[in-house]
Ligand binder design. Structure first.
Ligand SMILES: *Cc1c(COP(=O)(O)O)cnc(C)c1O
Length: 356
């Protein structure tokens, strides 16, 4: 059955915007929210009462299943403003498809396409002043779904809440990231939920990431749960390795998040005639490439930071430093991607989506 609703979007505007209280030159990622949010409830087998209303707290029973069994999924996307004040999204269809794929894996109902896009575009239009022009500035958009049925019986919820929040963001400089290659903890397993943006995946990463931080590293490169032989993701990003002039990245599987940034970089690389291999990448081949000087770059790829270059990695207590190249693939792809996102270049793949 196709999820659908015939209900009209209800819009309740704020009486007074909070935008004057925000210092847009000093934002902490994801901690300030725009004036409005979207909310829609699933009840009696259908999504009902789609509403845009002032951002604010919710009232939810502490018995709601999300608090007990973690039935929750989310998305991350951005809205960008070009130099003429036009507002764009980047491949939003991908996020729509992915949140439903995540929901299916968590035994949650899919959300209807028509309300998703109507809510998203209406919300972005209403709060478009929260997007500052200039490369790197954006409005980070966080759609999410949670189980709201009251009851601590361990079964899928019959009620859910779908919401969209928006948070103004500045360019996100991760600096030079040092990473530890995991040889004990895992992010995801065969047949698990690693391919879903399920909330619990992130909570589970915090502890091993803290251990890495205590040793002076910022992130963990996750390896396959079975033998820790293959390199899979970098923190909450997909990961790329450049050996000589070839890019390597793990293939999509039920352990790996199908990132929009990842697939966009692969398309850009192929367009630039750069060889890309989507295949299992051995830890041993990357260590060897680091030792014989053919490993040129490692970088993470994801919506929040776009591209995050790695300056060193540690494996089994040995640290390998990487030279930071001026003309790196990381810098080149970041520029190409940002130019498309901010409407500063042609859009050969039809990725931009004009909101207003
Ligand atoms: C969201 C996410 C990514 C990146 O996906 P994008 O669509 O590029 O933002 C990569 N890995 C994990 C684990 C993620 O949660």
């Amino acid at each position: 059955m196709k999820p659908s609703t015939t209900q009209k979007l209800d819009i309740q505007k704020v009486e007074r915007s909070r935008i004057d209280q925000v210092d847009f030159s000093n934002l902490t990622f994801g901690s300030t929210f725009s004036d409005h949010m979207f909310e829609c409830d699933y009840k009696d087998g259908k999504w009902q009462n789609p509403t845009i209303k002032p951002y604010g707290p919710l009232s939810i029973s502490p018995g709601a299943k999300v608090f007990h069994y973690g039935q929750a999924v989310f998305e991350g996307m951005k809205a960008y403003k070009d130099d003429n004040g036009k507002v764009w999204l980047f491949r939003p269809e991908q996020n729509f498809l992915r949140i439903n794929k995540s929901s299916v894996r968590m035994a949650m109902p899919e959300f209807p396409r028509d309300i998703f896009f109507e809510a998203l575009t209406t919300l972005v239009k209403m709060d478009k002043d929260w997007i500052k022009p200039g490369l790197g500035n954006s409005l980070y958009i966080r759609p999410f779904v949670m189980a709201t049925q009251v009851g601590v019986g361990a079964s899928p919820s019959t009620e859910y809440k779908f919401m969209i929040l928006m948070s103004p963001a500045q360019a996100y400089y991760t600096g030079n990231v040092k990473v530890v290659i995991a040889d004990h903890y895992s992010r995801s397993a065969n047949g698990g939920v690693g391919a879903a943006k399920a909330a619990g995946n992130y909570g589970a990463q915090f502890f091993p990431t803290n251990l890495a931080r205590e040793k002076g590293f910022q992130q963990v490169i996750w390896t396959d749960a079975s033998n820790h032989q293959y390199l899979e993701e970098a923190g909450t990003m997909n990961v790329f390795f450049r050996v000589n002039d070839t890019l390597l990245t793990a293939p999509i599987s039920d352990r790996i998040l199908d990132g929009v940034t990842r697939k966009s970089l692969i398309a850009l690389a192929k367009q630039d005639n750069i060889k890309v291999e989507e295949r299992p990448v051995l830890v041993s081949e990357i260590v060897e490439a680091a030792e014989n000087g053919t490993l040129k770059e490692i970088f993470g790829a994801g919506t929040a930071a776009v591209i995050s270059p790695v300056s060193a990695f540690s494996y089994k207590d040995k640290t390998h430093e990487l030279e930071m190249l001026e003309d790196s693939f990381a810098n080149r792809f970041k520029k190409e991607l940002l130019d498309i996102q901010y409407n500063r270049s042609e859009d050969p793949f039809d990725w931009r989506f004009e909101v207003v």
